[in-house]
Design a protein around this ligand. Structure first.
Ligand code: S3P
Length: 183
């Protein structure tokens, strides 16, 4: 695990905004590691996110998520995809912003609804009207994503490959990778 190199590039945004797909590709292009905090949590606990919600409720999941983010944001040379609710806690927001370059992937509501309408795994989308839930979560969380992010990209129509190209061509990202690579 690298102990030098740039501080993490942290991807935030709604479920379905493309954090994992874009993150994996971005890491590959930039020569960084990729970690998805939810997948890491699942691997370490041996339980699916849905099972953690069942057994410990959302509160239990949020505690595990915060501990995982605390650890992962201290790593170097990494693209970190977070869960959509990572921004709900002030402490998470502060840590992500202070320790990394935070990029918000912003997908339009209609695109999110399209991508999430048949979701069978995300606990917050089961047994509810998905369209209404997604709209509610988006309006509740948009200000938090904006508060936490250093940069925002609209991740609607463009392919993941184009998105990564745009991200890597952005002066702040170039400066982040160059500046901290020397530390
Ligand atoms: C959540 C999003 C999920 C996962 C959990 C809760 C949320 O991650 O962390 O189901 O609160 O928005 P993705 O954003 O990767 O789907």
């Amino acid at each position: 695990m690298p102990e030098t190199g740039p501080s993490p590039i942290v991807l935030i945004g709604m479920m379905g905004s493309g954090k994992s797909t874009i993150g994996r590709l971005l890491a590959r292009e930039a020569g960084l590691d990729f970690v998805d905090s939810d997948r890491e949590l699942e691997q370490r606990s041996g339980a699916a996110i849905a099972t953690i919600f069942d057994l410990e409720g959302e509160e239990g999941f949020r505690k595990r998520e915060a501990a995982m983010l605390d650890e992962l944001t201290q790593r170097r040379a990494l693209v970190l995809a977070t869960g959509g609710g990572a921004v709900l806690s002030q402490e998470n927001r502060d840590r992500m912003r202070a320790r990394g370059l935070v990029i918000h992937l912003e997908a339009p509501l209609e695109e999110l609804r399209r991508r999430l309408s048949h979701d069978k795994t995300r606990p917050l989308l089961q047994g509810v009207d998905i369209d209404a839930r997604v709209a509610g979560l988006l309006s509740e969380r948009s200000p938090l994503y904006q508060e936490c992010a250093h940069l925002s990209f609209v991740s609607g129509a463009a392919s993941p490959k184009r998105m990564v190209k745009r991200i890597l061509a952005t002066p702040q990202v170039i400066a982040h990778l160059a500046r901290s690579a020397q530390q």
